[in-house]
Design a binder for this molecule. Structure first.
Ligand SMILES: [Zn+2]
Length: 164
C-alpha cells in the first residue's frame, strides 16, 4: 500500500485504452496559459482546448514569477508558443491571505518560511496587470507577442476579460 495506489490503478486503466496521438511537444494552438493550482480549474476544458494545444503553467495565484518567465522563454523559442493568457480566478486562496499570514501559519507548525516569497494577492486586478506588464516588458520575450489577462469565475465557469 502506498499513498499513490489509487493513481497507479487509474493509470493502468487509462493506459489500457491509450492511443498515441503522435502529437509533438509543441503547442498546436500556439498558446501558453498561466493559471492557479486551484483544483477547480480545468484549463483545457474551459478554453475549448485539448491535449497538445497549449502549455499550461500553474502555481499558487497564477503569478508571473521568475520561474514562469523562464518557462515562457522556453515555451516561446522551443515549443511554439506565440501568445500568453494569464488566468487567475475568483475565490482564490492567494487573495485571502498576506505573506505575513502565511509566515504566521507556518510558524504555528514550527516552520520558518520567511525566506520564501509567496506572492500573495492583496488586489487581484492590480496583481494581474502587474503580471501582464512583467511578461510584456520582459527583454527575453518578443515585443509583439499577444499577452492577455482574464479572470476565471469558478462559480459560473465564465472567463471575465480584464486586459485582452
Ligand atoms: Zn487560486
Amino acid at each position: 500500500m502506498t499513498a499513490f495506489d489509487d493513481l497507479l490503478a487509474a493509470n493502468a486503466d487509462y493506459a489500457r485504452d491509450f492511443l498515441d496521438s503522435g502529437l509533438p511537444g509543441k503547442a498546436a494552438r500556439g498558446l501558453a496559459v498561466v493559471t492557479c493550482m486551484d483544483s477547480r480549474i480545468d484549463p483545457l476544458g474551459l478554453l475549448g482546448l485539448k491535449p497538445g494545444d497549449a502549455k499550461i503553467l500553474r502555481n499558487a495565484g497564477a503569478r508571473v514569477t521568475d520561474d514562469v518567465l523562464r518557462t515562457l522563454v522556453l515555451a516561446v523559442y522551443l515549443l511554439g508558443v506565440e501568445r500568453v493568457l494569464v488566468m487567475p480566478h475568483t475565490d482564490c486562496g492567494m487573495a485571502k491571505v498576506s505573506d505575513s499570514d502565511v509566515y504566521e501559519l507556518t510558524q504555528s507548525h514550527g516552520v520558518d518560511t520567511r525566506s520564501l516569497e509567496f506572492h500573495t494577492v492583496p488586489d487581484q486586478n492590480a496583481a494581474l496587470l502587474h503580471d501582464l506588464t512583467r511578461i510584456r516588458t520582459s527583454p527575453f520575450l518578443p515585443k509583439d507577442m499577444p499577452v492577455g489577462g482574464a479572470i476565471y469565475d469558478v462559480r459560473s465557469g465564465k472567463l471575465l476579460p480584464v486586459d485582452v
